[in-house]
Design a binder for this molecule. Structure first.
Ligand SMILES: Cc1cn([C@H]2C[C@H](O)[C@@H](COP(=O)(O)OP(=O)(O)OP(=O)(O)O)O2)c(=O)[nH]c1=O
Length: 189
């Protein structure tokens, strides 16, 4: 693809994934308010945040190319989990995910000063039952701290996943197929 865009993200994973599409881009980070509205459904929340990130980039003055923003949350029992606040929060999350299936929701949005388009990708991820020792060791690996839901499927956390249905790349932070489709749709106007 010959298009040049902006990636409104501080995430090294998103940078790597977008590179896999062969799109030329430069990256900057936006400081969006990521709080969830009361009674906001997780799927609405994650899509709103992706759009907010893309549109914040446009508002910051990145107007000469389309701006791509994305957001990922882990959803269990209809509750959206972001990055762990501390070890206790992380441990509670892992106990909740242990031996069960949860959803990873990733939204992608592309905006310029005239339009914004977005899509949502939902992936079912099943964890094996986790022991207290595994949970403790995983926290001390340093991997969970900056990850939505407290794990990285692409890293040490991959061993917890017994089944996945959907987009692996969306779980890591940016769905490749859907992002390319969205970009093509956006460029058609
Ligand atoms: C579930 C899961 C999440 N993650 C990551 C993807 C995202 O980078 C992060 C979710 O946090 P986000 O708030 O979506 O993104 P971010 O803060 O890292 O980056 P930015 O807002 O600047 O775009 O968790 C993994 O890397 N692997 C996984 O398996």
């Amino acid at each position: 693809m010959q298009t040049a865009i902006y990636l409104a993200s501080a995430s090294p994973r998103r940078k790597e994934l977008l590179s896999q599409l062969g799109v030329e881009f430069s990256q900057f980070s936006v400081d969006a308010d990521e709080s969830q509205f009361p009674n906001e459904a997780p799927r609405d929340y994650v899509e709103r945040l992706a759009r907010l990130k893309a549109q914040s980039g446009v508002a910051m003055g990145y107007t000469d190319r389309p701006v791509l923003g994305s957001d990922t949350v882990v959803v269990i029992d209809d509750t959206a989990l972001g990055k762990p606040l501390d070890q206790a929060d992380f441990t509670a999350t892992m106990k909740r995910l242990s031996g069960r299936t949860h959803q990873v929701m990733t939204a992608v949005a592309i905006a310029d000063s005239e339009q914004v388009k977005s899509c949502l990708v939902v992936t079912d991820v099943t964890f094996k039952p986790l022991s207290d020792a595994e949970i403790d060791a995983y926290w001390h690996s340093g991997e969970p701290q900056d990850k939505a839901g407290g794990y990285g499927i692409q890293g040490l956390g991959g061993r917890f996943v017994s089944h996945l249905s959907g987009s692996y790349f969306a779980v890591v932070g940016l769905p490749l197929y859907e992002t390319e489709q969205l970009l093509n749709e956006f460029l058609r106007g």
